[in-house]
Ligand binder design. Structure first.
Ligand code: SAH
Length: 527
């Protein structure tokens, strides 16, 4: 039997060619390909017969491959990148299908995968393809321009990262201009764009720019263009698309377009204490953190799968946590109605397991929303990897002294960035009916002083309460105790490490875990 091996040899240098591609070329009797491609693999050839054709002669090439293979030879058809992506693989099958060939018939066919230009270009730019992407060839030799234009438009509308193949040639110069015009209808002018010419070949050129400036750079036959989605950033010369749309607005740090958020545990992420808590002191207006955060808004996006709303990158969803006012933990009907008004018909409200309402407001203006919520008299807080103070309702306000201390703690600690989202639960009396002892950090006010519980785990495979590490802590001192615990966690906790794990591993604030060894098995589902 004859054989056809359709080989994708990668971007064009030997290091990025697969082992199988190299072997397949070495094993062949004959090699067929576009002139430039033959030149790129010439070093591997060892006496094979060579058929070099012009670029537009793909059909001729495929027919020749089939003809020679039918005469019993092993023919390698070479394509750059992956032979199955705008390459020769499909054409070979088309020629064979036309002849009534079926798998198992002569000749045998093998397609050898290779690193396509989109991967090669992406790797040189950073990591732009981390989220859903669409590859579109702008060549309208074989595809009507209307179809291409519609694909560009739909991909742009759906916020795909877009890879443009065959963006321009000597004669095809208008396609990229028209594509640029369409993209600008859906993407911000400062959307990061990468232009890679001759990836991993001599003459390699890597340019990072913006959509606005795309046409001011050299683009040609050997160029691949990658257009970011609405959350792609340029960071220190790298083009990076976040893995998901979870970058929520946390009211912390500056998050200008073009800069990654400082990590919540980094020094830069430190926020003014008391900001965003909606405390009486801050009722004068939006907190500084909120004002700083406003700059971040364009980068905040969240796809709302639950409501089936179509996702509009130009209208990011503002997410904010609302807690009932202290000390009695009661929302009034007017507050309830005011919240509903703010959320509007397109947003929604979720009751979280952490005793708070999560409001999601498409296009919400953070400054305005915070000011309105504060005016309503409810407590406002950020979401994300931050600390939240959750409290009981102090027996509907009866435990006034405890409520007062809880309010002070909320003002000082609520919203503080931590390695992993963390609840500090405060109970106003020894009944501890809100289960503070089961939280990662629990404070129980009993007879005028605090008990401190650390390391609890409410869920997962091995739920257990925290251990009581202190009791009789004077209320005036509890802030410092909590501060010391959190400082250790922020300084020494690994990114995304939950507090209960950290505490068991290392202790915190001078306290150590010596509770029962209850951890069992592997954690599941991001525990
Ligand atoms: N089969 C190839 C694509 C061939 S179409 C693959 O899988 O990548 C030809 C187009 O691919 C070029 O116009 C260019 O857009 C892109 N391309 C191929 N090799 C490239 C390289 N080394 N650097 C940048 N772009 C490349």
């Amino acid at each position: 039997m004859g054989r056809i091996v359709v080989v994708g040899f990668g971007p064009g240098n030997e290091d990025h060619m697969t082992y199988r591609a190299r072997r397949a070329i070495e094993e062949s009797d004959m090699i067929i390909g576009y002139k430039t491609y033959i030149d790129l693999v010439r070093d591997l050839l060892d006496g094979q017969e060579i058929i070099r054709t012009g670029m537009t002669e793909e059909v001729t090439r495929a027919q020749a491959a089939v003809r020679h293979a039918r005469s019993g030879r092993t023919v390698a058809v070479v394509s750059s990148g992956d032979a199955g992506i705008y390459g020769m693989a499909g054409l070979i099958y088309e020629v064979l299908m036309e002849q009534g060939w079926k798998p198992g018939d002569d000749p045998e066919v093998e397609v050898v995968p290779g690193v396509p230009a989109l991967n090669a270009a992406a790797s040189l730019l950073g990591a732009p393809l981390m989220h859903d992407f669409a590859a579109i060839s702008l060549s309208d030799h074989l595809t009507p321009w209307d179809v291409i234009a519609r694909r560009v438009e739909e991909a742009a509308r759906a916020d795909f990262v877009i890879v443009l193949y065959n963006p321009k040639s000597g004669r095809r110069t208008r396609q990229i201009v028209e594509t640029h015009r369409i993209l600008l209808q859906y993407r911000r002018p400062d959307t990061p764009v990468g232009i890679v010419k001759s990836a991993y070949r001599s003459g390699q050129r890597v340019v990072r720019t913006t959509l606005e400036d795309l046409l001011n750079h050299e683009i040609g036959m050997l160029t691949t263009v990658i257009v970011g989605n609405s959350s792609t950033v340029l960071y220190e010369g790298l083009m990076v698309t976040p893995r998901g749309y979870q970058r929520k607005y946390t009211l912390t740090g500056v998050n200008e377009r073009g800069r990654l958020d400082p990590m919540p545990w980094s020094l830069n992420a430190a926020r003014p204490s008391g900001a965003g808590t909606g405390s009486p002191e801050s009722r004068g207006g939006p907190s500084p953190a909120f004002r700083i955060g406003t700059a971040a808004l364009p980068a905040v996006v969240e796809v709302d799968h639950s409501s089936g709303q179509s996702f509009d990158p130009a209208r990011p969803v503002l997410e904010v946590a609302v807690r009932p006012p202290l000390p009695d933990g009661r929302f009034s009907a007017a507050q309830w109605a005011g919240i509903a008004d703010l959320v509007g018909p397109e947003g929604h409200i979720q009751w979280s397991p952490n005793h708070e309402l999560i409001l999601r407001i498409p296009g919400g203006d953070p400054v305005q929303v915070e000011a309105s919520l504060i005016a309503l008299g409810v407590r406002v807080g950020p979401t994300g990897e931050v600390l939240r103070i959750a409290t009981c309702d102090f027996c509907e306000g009866e435990k006034e002294e405890a409520a007062d201390w809880a309010r002070k703690l909320a003002e000082r600690f609520d919203g503080r960035p931590v390695p992993h989202e963390l609840t500090v639960a405060i109970n106003g009396c020894g009944m501890a009916c809100y289960g503070a002892a089961t939280e990662e950090i629990g404070l129980v006010f009993r007879r005028g002083a605090f008990e401190v519980y650390l390391g609890g785990k409410k869920g997962g495979r091995s739920p257990h309460p925290g251990v009581k590490v202190a009791e009789g802590v004077a209320p005036e001192a509890i802030g410092e105790v909590l501060d010391a615990i959190l400082k250790d966690y922020v300084e020494h906790g690994a990114p995304k490490e939950r507090f209960h794990k950290f505490f068991k591993r290392r202790g915190a604030g001078g306290y150590r875990w010596d509770g029962p060894a209850v951890e069992t098995g592997e954690p599941v589902c991001g525990e």
